[in-house]
Design a protein around this ligand. Structure first.
Ligand SMILES: Nc1nc2c(ncn2[C@@H]2O[C@H](COP(=O)(O)OP(=O)(O)O)[C@@H](O)[C@H]2O)c(=O)[nH]1
Ligand SMILES: [Mg+2]
Length: 268
């Protein structure tokens, strides 16, 4: 069901031919081959060069700088609580801050429906019809921006497609990246998916209301994250109860304020 503050667009890699075969390396990315040694073996490693995406991301970033919009890219595996966290976040920030949301999913407008309740303009991106891309790329964001009045936005939140791998590889022109990890996913996920945790500027450890029912080692997770990305702030929250939100919201508000005070030409 679409309401006036909600739009749906379908997006895909320009040169992506369905059906989806998960064609890594991503086809628009170009590629470079190098050889690494592993024990006695030589292994060919494909390195993606994300030239085209980086160019578009830089253009998005310039636009956001000119409009003084702080852009947050929220990533995680499916079900860790991105949408629930954003619902609660928006309920605290609005109407004081003017927020908008771009949300990516392979199918459905379920998340847009949930987020539009906040009153924020929401653009839902569906990648299904064109091969089910597993991440949002910069040109997809650029297209989605057409559905938002950028002069009426202080904070643009992008809920990326649920996946701990691919979204970390694609710059979309955002200011900061946040990864949501829930305590039901296991302590080992940062170590297994290090790029995501290295690329992010903050982590939300979500669903802490469930800790009494789990054998989950918060300290082990924190140490693992500290090894992968020393100094990255970690906010322990429950999107269900609101526990821990003060510190998370203060961090976010500081970022939005800093962007407002930044000179547009200081962004590169
Ligand atoms: N107990 C608990 N459940 C949560 C919390 N956050 C999200 N959930 C539940 O986890 C499921 C997935 O949440 P959702 O926000 O859709 O995750 P997303 O796929 O990352 O956007 C839903 O059933 C939520 O109600 C939380 O902090 N505590
Ligand atoms: Mg979601």
């Amino acid at each position: 069901m679409l309401t006036p503050n909600k739009k749906l667009i379908y997006c895909h890699h320009e040169d992506h031919k369905g059906p989806h075969s998960h064609p890594h390396p991503h086809p628009q990315a170009g590629g470079g081959m190098e050889t690494q040694r592993s024990g006695t073996r030589e292994i060919k490693v494909v390195r993606r060069v994300l030239d085209a995406n980086d160019l578009m991301a830089a253009r998005n970033r310039e636009l956001f700088a000119a409009k003084k919009i702080f852009v947050l890219n929220v990533m995680s595996s499916p079900g860790s609580g991105k949408t629930t966290t954003l619902q609660k976040t928006l309920s605290h920030l609005m109407p004081g801050l003017r927020c908008a949301v771009i949300v990516g999913d392979i199918c459905t407008t379920i998340d847009a429906d949930r987020l539009a309740v906040s009153g924020a303009p929401v653009v839902q991106i569906n990648t299904d019809a064109f091969g089910g891309d597993c991440h949002l790329a910069a040109h997809v964001i650029e297209r989605a921006l057409g559905g938002i009045d950028l002069d009426a936005v202080d904070l643009l939140i992008v809920e990326n497609i649920g996946n701990l791998v691919c979204p970390a590889e694609f710059d979309i022109g955002e200011d900061k990246r946040v990864v949501v990890l829930s305590v039901t996913e296991g302590e080992d996920k940062p170590a297994k998916y290090p790029l995501m945790f290295r690329q992010c500027d903050a982590m939300l450890l979500n669903k802490i209301d469930l800790l009494p029912h789990l054998e989950y080692d918060v300290q082990a997770t924190l140490s693992s994250v500290a090894q992968i990305h020393p100094g990255m702030p970690v906010f322990q929250i429950s999107a269900k109860t609101g526990q821990g939100f003060e510190a998370w919201l203060a961090w976010l508000r500081d970022m939005v304020r800093a962007k407002k005070e930044m000179r547009a030409d200081s962004v590169h």
